[in-house]
Ligand binder design. Sequence first.
Ligand SMILES: Nc1ncnc2c1ncn2[C@@H]1O[C@H](COP(=O)(O)OP(=O)(O)OP(=O)(O)O)[C@@H](O)[C@H]1O
Ligand SMILES: [Mg+2]
Length: 500
Amino acid sequence: MFAVEMRGIVKRFGDLVANDHINFELKQGEVHALLGENGAGKTTLMRILYGLYHADEGSIFVNGQQVSITSPKDAIALGIGMVSQHFTLVPPLTVAENVVLGYNPGIRLNPQQIQRRVAEAAERFGIEVKSDALVRHLSVGERQRVEILKALYRNARVLIMDEPTAVLVPQEVDILFETLLRLQREGLSVVFISHKLNEVMTICDRITVLRNGKNVGTVFKQDVSQSKLAQMMVGRETFGVTRQGERIQGEPVLRIENVSAVDNKGLPALKSVSLEVASGEILGIAGVSGNGQSELTHVLSGTMKPTSGKILVDGQDITGADPATITCAGVGRIPEDRHGGVVGELTVAENMTLETLDEYTQNGMLDRKRMLEYTNTLIEEFQIKARPTDRARTLSGGNMQKLILARTLARQPKVVLAAQPTRGLDVGATEYVRKKLLEQRERGAAVLLISEDLDEIMALSDRIAVIYEGKIVGILDAHEATPEKLGLLMTGAREVVSHA
Ligand SMILES: Nc1ncnc2c1ncn2[C@@H]1O[C@H](COP(=O)(O)OP(=O)(O)OP(=O)(O)O)[C@@H](O)[C@H]1O
Ligand SMILES: [Mg+2]
């Protein structure tokens, strides 16, 4: 008997078939990975199980009983919990209040009782959170633990986790895995969605691969390799994308001189950062998340003002300028949070032309026909799976990222600022984005690549700068950089000799 069995699930959005007769079986007490390219239908299938979407066809069985799940309330009553990528917690409330919110098994509790019950539950499930802390003071990893606790508090026996590690730093991933393995031993069944094959191979017992809305196979971990999984996902062999050839020493295009900035709590986040990026090179910024990467991106994008220092693009001073001015100066941005980079309620065409609307406006009238033509060209060139009239929010992560790439790169910027450009993307989309960045280098753009993925940094960068506690603690040429050297610098060891 399965904890969950989904049979013949079909889900259509208009004429798109997101789930095409999917069978999926979750055994009691297993961690089961759901793998597949962006848009393969993973989230859709799990949203159906959690009652957020309704299947057009198919049936669901929980512990052998056929069930009808019409809302998350039904799912929770059946012992199914879901931790989504975008947390649903209420920041001004405490952890305890969030955990019990909306869950009333008939009893009214006072704040002390709530606090105590939640603290007890946290203890029982071995989840480290302070029940009286305000959620808005918690890190992303801690918020995720609150979400897990919330599900367990509602007696979840099945936990769905949609890309839980995409937002975590390596240490937090370790904590999450320990927690999941412990809960698994106590009988919890987990559906684990991730694009990171090494994680899947670490934590999961079985793996189901979706492609184009179809289940292309369920396998035991010990029967497959990472490359076999990648092949199942994309239907072809994948090859790593790496930089070829020596850097052509161009002129410095982006100059960052002694830039300092404070974070949103007023604490120093960038401490006198100086960097130069030349035409035709990729400068990678390596570092553990939270060491000033976000602030550096914001300062260079015009969404945060530096407290001192200077930023020059091709000699033009853009220090403290607004985003529009910086775009005009020739900086193209691929933002860290792609959901912030597009407006979900607007169409693909509108998002494509968002930054250049005045070019499509004549006498106060929007030239929609030209906008659509332009969008169609880019959709074709960048192989985006979407129509110009689709709302941006309906795009999968990979296609949303392609939209941003298309919008940014079509303008041939002098400087490309890429922050975590492949986070949450599948193998194929990741390869695609990396290829595009290398094309920019070939074209002579100055590319600043900020990434927490060390493999990515090493595969693409001509030079690698390491940021630690807001300071550049070393700059290495690609050929002298090793993961060990970079790792040491990333954790603050200062004795590694650095070269310009
Ligand atoms: N609410 C919606 N309206 C219209 N289309 C949707 C909606 N939700 C999903 N889709 C479409 O259904 C398909 C499957 O999307 P889904 O989000 O399930 O993919 P996924 O496998 O989770 O991808 P990713 O790895 O990028 O998260 C995509 O083509 C997507 O654009
Ligand atoms: Mg998804």
